[in-house]
Design a protein. Sequence first.
Length: 161
Amino acid sequence: MVPRTATGKRRTASSTAALDLLAKAHTICTRALNTQTAPERYVDAHLAALRAAGAIVAAKLGTPTPRGTWAAVAELAPELSDWSIYFARATTRRQRIENGLWEPSDDEAASFVEASKTFIDLTAAVLGVPLTPASPVANTTRPPRTEGHEQRMERMVSNGF
């Protein structure tokens, strides 16, 4: 018997992979909510969003892409392009955390976890996957605004850094 989705369509290997990645995204995001330190919450939230992005790629392409995941998401799901830019920029921050070069505040980490949750919910909606009751789509479909590099540099210079 061929596995079917809730709507009766055949479930393919790529749709199964997409569902698995989305489930992993939810699991990692839940872990981020329960992690003690801000750096760990931030890293987990980014990894959760990356799994959700992988679900988009798996569902729409079926195979990994040689270009970056975030660039692929912007192309495959244009409605999520602002989010892909947001999380692509956050990749550098995650790498800096992992290398011990930056530590987010508790507020920054909490905001980032919320952004990740929203992105996962929006990804589920784009893929036509029902949302869990504990995970409704947020009121916004746009990522939070973040301070740009130029503004951070100006602030650092004005503060004598």
